[in-house]
Ligand binder design. Structure first.
Ligand code: CP
Length: 306
């Protein structure tokens, strides 16, 4: 019997395993029809204790496109969590119904607790300000598709680097590739957490922290913009003060390299002007499409379906 495998963190897969996953995602993109019955009879549960548009619908579409079915909840207030049920008990129940589960939770580590009690694969679909591994798979696949490689880049990460779980996961994942230089662009209140800069120092990976986006634009090979995470702030005053700290517009993009792509995990609030949506370097909606292929590939991999 195959060992039960979960996806809690992008580092759960080796670089070689990620390459295989991305190759499979590429095959799925080229031949969607060929994969349309791979999950016949399988059920995906989506247990979302926090709001989502892309991740939940992308997982559900992925399973439907593979021929499987979906069930779950998008609002924990309609589940027995509202009566005090623990995620450990919930996943034991879900394990009786479904073959695989994608879980989003506001508490860091909650999907990990679920995985430890589960008899089906559990995928962390975002836990608090901690990790968002399938967004990272999406980001890596997008970068690989745009540049044909995942090494030797200068990447700017801009915005809420403190609470942005997509940023934490992406730095973790990219830190395993050669020649990556990180430039962290944030107000001082939203700097990347110390445990991440400590990890980079220990690995000898270049990083710098700046406040002004314009200063470093000409150096970047791509720019990962993020929204200020309103839901993680302790007071509204701070959020209001910081929410429009960065707004990427045509004027700032004029300082960028001709091929500097813009990525964003979405949802966007105000940090990328809509006037850039038609710029050929705006890759954030392409990212969403890649997210579907890579989640299809992940479901097949965790279910051991060839
Ligand atoms: N990128 C992302 O996680 O989007 P949702 O919150 O809409 O799922």
């Amino acid at each position: 019997m195959e060992k039960l495998r979960h996806m809690m963190n992008p580092l759960d897969f080796t670089v070689e395993e990620l390459e295989s996953l991305f190759d499979l995602a590429g095959e799925i993109e080229r031949d969607m029809e060929g994969y349309s019955h791979k999950c016949d009879g399988k059920i995906l549960a989506t247990c979302f204790y926090e709001p989502s548009t892309r991740t939940r619908l992308s997982f559900e579409t992925a399973m439907l496109r593979l021929g499987g079915k979906c069930m779950g909840f998008a609002d924990a207030s309609n589940s027995s969590a509202a009566k005090g049920e623990s995620v450990a008990d919930t996943i034991r129940v879900i394990s009786c119904f479904a073959d695989i589960c994608a879980m989003r939770h506001p508490k860091e580590g909650a999907p990990m607790v679920a995985a430890s009690r589960s008899s089906i694969p559990v995928i962390n679909a975002g836990d608090g300000g901690h990790q968002h591994p399938t967004q990272t798979l999406t980001d890596l696949l997008t970068i690989r598709s745009l540049y044909g490689k995942l090494s030797n880049f200068t990447i700017g990460l801009c915005g809420d680097l403190k609470f942005g779980r997509t940023v934490h996961s992406l730095i973790n994942a990219l830190s395993r590739y050669e020649g990556i230089r990180f430039i962290f662009i944030s107000p001082k209140e939203l700097r990347v957490p110390d445990y991440i800069t400590e990890m980079l120092r220990q690995k000898g990976i270049h990083y710098e922290e700046v406040i002004k986006l314009e200063e470093i634009m000409p150096q970047l090979d791509f720019l990962y913009m993020t929204r200020v995470q309103k839901e993680r702030f302790f007071n509204e005053e701070d959020y209001i003060r910081l929410r429009n700290f960065y707004i990427l517009d045509k004027e700032k993009m004029a300082l960028a390299k001709e091929k500097m792509f813009i990525l964003h995990p979405l949802p966007r609030v105000n940090e990328i002007s809509v006037e850039l949506d038609d710029d050929p370097r705006a890759a954030y909606f392409k990212q969403v499409q890649y997210g579907l292929y890579v989640r299809m590939a992940l479901i097949l991999t965790l279910l051991n379906i060839k």
